[in-house]
Design a protein around this ligand. Sequence first.
Ligand code: IMP
Length: 184
Amino acid sequence: MRKIIFVTGNPHKVREASDILSHVGITVEQNNCGYPELQEDELEPIARFGARWAADKLNREVMVDDSGLFIEALRGFPGPYSAYVFDTLGNARILKLMEGETNRRAIFRCVIGYCRPGGEPYLFSGEVTGEIADEMRGSGGFGYDPIFEVGGATFGEMEEEEKNRLSHRYAALSEFARWLKEKY
Ligand code: IMP
């Protein structure tokens, strides 16, 4: 089993990544050291900077995950500001912003950054298209899961295993695992 340090303060992300990567022989260990989160309009530079910064700080190979919810009717909001918007507005206010809106299409994106000490960071992206639900549903998952619907059910209503087969994180981590297998 190969072990990779996952630098994140979010235990839900660690749980999902552990589940997804365990199928390809990779174990994940959480490290909470944090990294400076750049203020950028895209997820990629945030993940790139974080991965390099954490690999150099810990002197270990690391991965980071930067994710965001992009709502079409809100022109991609909250996107890279998803964490801040979730903490300040939360799901109820997002639903309020979407009241009366017929275009409910939204995309969840995840960018995994991977870096070795002194090396160049590599990025792996995944996304899933869904819809913003009319109301919060389900108590599973975290963050925007209760308002993000795929095929009629919100991520919050799904078993963890089901979300982990459909999610933006699954798509990004699958790319990452494929690349790791080829390269090392
Ligand atoms: P960050 O990647 O930690 O910056 O997360 C951005 C925001 O999106 C945070 O509020 C997370 O809770 C939320 N988020 C990230 N991934 C997911 C997910 O898989 N489901 C629901 N919310 C998520």
